[in-house]
Design a protein around this ligand. Structure first.
Ligand SMILES: C[S@@+](CC[C@H](N)C(=O)[O-])C[C@H]1O[C@@H](n2cnc3c(N)ncnc32)[C@H](O)[C@@H]1O
Length: 304
């Protein structure tokens, strides 16, 4: 008994010591996202990628035109967090150099796996502001207006309509996700789209999802990228895809099938599944299935 108590005390002491270290992660918790955002803005990953091989501090600072000593501190942070890696020289007196990792390639401004635009959206002052009201929202027990509205005075879509710069951030962030998740969907369950000649993507953003899907399904004659007018007026043009503006709460263009991706996701997993079951039954579908794919999303198919 005495032995167990002594051990517990030791364990508790260790936990106390650990806590004193851990708490600093929260004191400066914002720094990780601030430094990653800085890396994207400076184009560090892009500069290393175009250099084609590991790059020294002086080469990198000359390429992105910034002070080597400040850049050194940024790189040290990014290397500590395994975002870039440091290559030690074969010849002792040569400088160390920096190289890409799969994670740093996600910070490239334009590449297949880029998540840079998504990071830029979520770390923007507009998107961060509502987080400062989190405790007030929790205390309001669900009676307050949504966090975004409480800060900005209107919902995110009206705000985007009035602020083209923010709308562009949203559209580019969504396109990042589409470039990652659509190939996963196409690889896992292309047969879902067999026999479909017309398809509407409800809340389809800048049309990236639909253009990838239509390209993979040559039998789809017409894709309709349906979104709010301020989104479709700047959406991409692509073959067999028509951009149509409107409000999904008024009406949705008719087609053989509809996709709704990353639109009805304001609930937790359990509630979303229940909600979907209800919506689909009410809409007259007799059954539906949920298929996980190699992405954070799953595919929900509804059958008449
Ligand atoms: C989170 S984004 C998803 C975009 C796209 N589906 C994707 O996954 O890449 C939600 C989209 O719904 C659109 N949206 C919001 N309210 C809408 C409405 N009432 N009618 C049509 N689209 C709407 C937004 O403009 C936005 O493009």
């Amino acid at each position: 008994m005495e032995h167990t108590q002594r051990q517990l005390t030791l364990l508790e002491k260790e936990e106390e010591e650990q806590a004193k270290v851990e708490v600093w992660k929260y004191v400066f918790g914002f720094s990780k996202i601030a430094v990653v955002k800085c890396a994207i803005e400076l184009g560090i990953a892009d500069a290393i990628e175009s250099h084609g091989s590991p790059i020294s501090l002086l080469e990198l600072s000359a390429t992105i035109k910034c002070d080597p000593s400040s850049l050194y501190r940024i790189m040290r942070f990014l290397i500590h967090h395994h975002i870039f890696k440091e290559i030690h020289p074969k010849i002792k007196l040569d400088p160390k150099s920096y190289a890409q990792t799969p994670l740093s390639r996600c910070l490239l401004k334009s590449s297949k796996n880029s998540m840079a635009a998504f990071i830029m959206l979520e770390s923007s002052p507009v998107m961060l502001a509502p987080w400062h009201g989190l405790s007030a929202r929790v205390q309001a027990n669900g009676t307050s207006s949504p966090a975004f509205e409480a800060v900005h005075g209107e919902d995110v879509w009206s705000f985007a309509a009035a602020n083209p710069g923010h709308s562009e951030l949203i559209n580019e962030a969504m396109a990042c996700d589409a470039r990652l998740s659509l190939p996963a969907l196409i690889e896992s369950c292309l047969e879902v789209f067999n026999g479909i000649e017309t398809i509407v993507d409800v809340g389809g953003g800048d049309g990236t999802s639909l253009s990838l899907l239509v390209k993979a399904c040559p039998w789809i004659a017409r894709g309709i990228n349906f979104d709010l007018p301020h989104v479709v007026c700047v959406a991409k043009e692509s073959e067999r895809v028509e951009n149509v503006g409107g409000d999904m709460f008024d009406s949705i263009p008719k087609a053989d099938a509809a996709i709704i991706k990353s639109v009805l996701h304001d609930w937790g997993d359990e509630e979303t599944l229940k909600e979907w079951g209800y919506v689909l039954t009410e809409a007259g579908f007799s059954r539906h299935s949920v298929t996980p794919i190699n992405a954070v999303q799953s595919v929900i198919q509804a059958f008449p």
